[in-house]
Design a protein around this ligand. Sequence first.
Ligand code: NAD
Length: 257
Amino acid sequence: LNAPKLFDLSGQVAIVTGAGSGIGQRIAIGLAQCGADIALLDRRTDDGLADTAREIQVAGRRSIKIEADVTSKSSLSDAVTRTEAELGALTLAVNAAGIANANPAEEMNEDQYQTLMDVNLKGVFLSCQAEARAMLKNRRGSIVNIASMSGVIVNRGLSQAHYNASKAGVIHMSKSMAMEWVDRGIRVNTISPGYTATPMNTRPEMVHQTKLFEEQTPMQRMATVDEMVGPAVFLLSNAASFVTGVDLLVDGGFCCW
Ligand code: NAD
């Protein structure tokens, strides 16, 4: 056993959804720093994907940029086909694309509920389906879905029943897919971040909320996006070769209280 080599992702090809910002962006760069080539998928049309690609180039790895929406099944299968044609056989995936908003349940309209569910839950399902179809051909692959501690607890003071349910869904759906593919070389796990300093939480109108997030977290601060990289590399890599169907809370202790 060569322990440091357990985390080496050289020769691997990953797809990362939500790679234009926040957690997905930082994980994509981290995987490249560990040796993987990366297909960067996001629906953003601004500079986010280009910024990620530039950092990956600095890390000496290859990347391709794919503008796509995770609610579109055909866009995802096209993305996987393009990834395999340009980078090689897909072996790793991180599904981080997601949205958040809040509204009291009694006031929420169906559109707000459905749009969030489509991105956060159906989007993860369709992403895993497209990725696993490619991975199953080689009986080799590791998938990490970004859920949330909101799939485990209810965030005090945040009226986001749809978001919390979508994330609980991601955790249980990932365990279910882990078991469907467990004897065919594919592992599926989730990371459930606590409050993390990303554009989702650092908008100026969030200042008051951010202060509360910090106070409520046992470590008395939000996570940085850097702190999501180690858990993702671990779960994707051979270091976690006997780990599947697990939800890894990365929450500064939040769910202990
Ligand atoms: P972010 O807004 O910085 O990044 C999300 C990215 O996903 C954006 O680039 C966005 O364009 C992309 N995206 C959104 N909808 C998409 C779609 N339909 N198709 C393709 N791309 C799409 O947010 P973040 O904080 O980095 O969140 C990443 C993930 O982590 C989300 O699933 C979120 O729910 C989860 N999460 C975040 C926190 C937090 O505190 N920030 C905590 C727990 C879980």
